[in-house]
Ligand binder design. Structure first.
Ligand code: PLP
Length: 397
């Protein structure tokens, strides 16, 4: 048996919309991108959503918005030490400096008790990550942010469908950045989207994704049959060549939006299936404590069913890498549970952190892995995963 990490559902709606877009010859961001933004905003319950070309760009652009509101290049953004490396990369790509805070073992997420000590007079934002779809402790994070006048940007790349104390992830900070990469529940193949209640933030985001130009319309009508841009000379010179801020080239195109709209069509059904898979797997993995652990879904939350994290006990008679190799041999695809960005990812070495400074993040970096919980996973495949894990542990202990 083989258990792949992920899958993709491409619906008939997506296929039809792709054909329509190709026939219309309007392929860069237009009506379909706008439709995806409107539907995504409705889903999270935010006033606005702005689609971009990746989750990393969603993180970076959300932070870059802050230059319009007083931030200076080189200011600091607090992020968890454990995340997919894109979180730290995005802070640097936006021109800020990442300040890393360790995570908690039980939640995988930024330890709220350590945040305040990381705040300096250069801190402009905190970017919690809802890792593996488990909501970060947003009430405490928002309270700290209010005290120190920081912007909160949720890195919700992995948290589609997650709920925290009855509120949707994506609507809890000032902005939230989702990835629509193929591994995620709602996908446009490559893509990302920023949600926010702030119309002024959304306007800046629309400019930032398009080189910082003075265009902020919700839907660009250039190169369409309805007469083109009526605002083109409103600012005196051609609006598309007036650059108001340092921007990015981070637009989503119509074909990606078509796949995203198709994916949204089956969202509830896919979410339910993945959530059932996740809860079943969490429940059945508990029998393998104290050798292998996973997280729990608490009463105040719904975990966004991105994947199942596992971590091997410190004193287990086998290593994470031995377990991962075994899974590979028996046909079960896994991924490492990322690394401590400041101390286990070479690109951040210039910041001068030393191994041992982020013990929990480093622990997951050496002891953690994660597996798919996707919609095409069958009950037999889940049985096979549990049986295989049980056989490995029985043989090693
Ligand atoms: C936590 C986190 N942040 C950011 C990203 C970046 O998203 P993308 O791969 O779409 O750039 C990812 C990727 O999945 C992620 O897991």
């Amino acid at each position: 048996m083989r258990i792949p990490f992920g899958t993709i559902t491409v619906t008939d709606t997506a296929r039809n919309l792709i054909q329509e877009a190709l026939a219309s010859k309007r392929l860069s961001g237009g009506a379909l991108v706008r439709r995806l933004e409107e539907r995504f905003a409705k889903l999270t319950g935010t006033k606005e959503a702005v689609a971009v070309s990746s989750g990393t760009d969603a993180d970076a652009l959300a932070l870059a918005v802050l230059y319009d509101f007083g931030a200076r290049r080189g200011d600091e953004v607090i992020v968890p030490a454990l995340s997919f490396v894109a979180t730290g990369n995005a802070v640097l790509q936006a021109g800020f400096e990442p300040v890393f805070v360790d995570v908690e073992r039980a939640t995988l997420n930024i330890n709220p008790a350590l945040i305040e000590a990381a705040v300096t007079d250069r801190t402009v934002a905190v970017m919690p990550v809802h890792l593996m779809g488990k909501p970060a402790e947003m009430d405490t994070i928002n309270a700290i942010a209010r005290t120190h006048e920081l912007t909160v940007v949720e890195d919700a790349a992995e948290a589609h469908g997650a709920v925290y104390k009855g509120r949707n992830i994506g609507a809890l900070g000032d902005m939230a950045a989702f990835s629509l990469y193929v591994a995620h529940i709602i996908t446009s193949i490559e893509g990302g989207i920023v949600t926010t209640d702030r119309e002024d933030f959304a306007e800046v985001l629309r400019s930032l994704r398009s080189h910082g130009r003075a265009c902020k319309c919700k839907q660009c009508v250039i190169n369409t049959s309805d007469g083109g841009c009526r605002k083109r000379f409103q600012v005196g010179s051609d609006v598309r060549f007036v650059f108001e801020r340092i921007g990015f080239s981070a637009k989503m195109n119509e074909l990606e939006a078509a796949v995203g709209l198709g994916s949204l069509e089956r969202y509830e059904e896919i979410l339910q299936k993945r959530h059932n898979n996740l809860l079943t797997m969490i429940d059945r993995v508990r029998q393998f404590e104290p050798y292998v652990f996973t997280f729990r879904q608490e009463a105040h939350e719904r975990i966004g069913p991105h994947a199942l994290p596992l971590w091997v006990a410190q004193d287990a008679p086998f290593t994470r890498d031995e377990l991962a190799r075994y899974f590979e041999q028996v046909g079960i695809d896994t991924r490492n549970l990322f690394s401590s960005m400041p101390t286990q990812c070479a690109g951040f070495a210039y910041l001068g952190h030393k191994l041992g400074q982020f013990p929990q993040a480093e622990y997951f970096g050496t002891h953690g892995l994660h597996l798919g919980v996707h919609q095409d996973l069958s009950a037999e495949q889940i049985d096979y995963f549990i049986d295989s894990l049980g056989e490995f542990i029985a043989a090693e202990t």
